[in-house]
Design a protein around this ligand. Sequence first.
Ligand code: MG
Length: 169
Amino acid sequence: MLKALRIGQGIDVHRLVSGRPFILGGVTIPSSTGLLGHSDADVLCHAVIDALLGAVGAGDIGGMFPDVGPEGERWRGADSLQMLRLAWGDIAARGFTLINLDATVLLEQPKLKPYISAMRKALASALGTEMGRVSVKAGTNERLGFIGREEGVLASAVVLLSQAADDGT
Ligand code: MG
């Protein structure tokens, strides 16, 4: 049986505001500000979901989890790690397995190092895989632009999937 490899990339940005929890990769991080969004605004989970959907040509996160219209209410305040579980469940049911995920978060503060391991663990669990296949990195934006001014956070993710048989769908 032919094994096909599929690559996907996802990028997401959310605004930083006061009075919101700061959730990244399913982990709540102590912070005076948090991410603004329709769901829990977990920018890292969102980038991973977009990467997965992109790899299999299944559109984007807005298509699967709309934030407007009759479906929008369903996802208000949603747990993005659970959204990731749902997205991955659909993709895995189509015969895909995750080879690896590599993600980067750009923000000025707080330092994410103490939380990286917990984020990798949470993402790996949602994806039904081991931590060794999940990488999360963090960097600053050298104080440049909206990230530098701490107005927002950017996450980027790349996934590589394999499919048991390439039927081109
Ligand atoms: Mg988002």
